[in-house]
Design a protein around this ligand. Sequence first.
Ligand code: NI
Length: 172
Amino acid sequence: MPGTKLKIKIFGEPILRKKAKPVSQVTDEYRRILSQMAKTMYEDSGVGLAAPQIGLSEQLIVVDIGDGLYKLVNPKIVKSQGKQSINEGCLSVPGVCIKVKRAKQVWLQAQDENGRFIEFEAKNLFACVLQHEIDHLKGKLIVDYASLLEKLRIKRKLAGLKTKVKAAKLQL
Ligand code: NI
């Protein structure tokens, strides 16, 4: 896998809350970034990663739930149906797990790493991960789905993550 591993942005970093910009043209630079994102995802044992998580506010995601790597540019859900609830974690919110209700099946439009327009259907875990990563492109995180009880449960952990982000900033 080419590319170097990148540092993951953690809850509290403002970029995780920004809306990511669409990519106008899929250049070699974006192909390089997608490879680096994939490498980072695998090394951190993730099943998906979105560009804002590596500090880039652009619409790029990588997903691999175990049956192949998807590198997607400007992904959009055009149709969804059904419901599922899965306990989700996020590399940007370490140590936190939230049960998130999402569509069970989604239809996507995106571009591949060569800029070709593609359309496909995803179900179950694959659909869940795609929705999670596309949420990242909208500045949305799993903590936004937490119930009142879950919010109380994770409050201290989230405050701890924010403190770590501040501390990291001071370590020039
Ligand atoms: Ni995530």
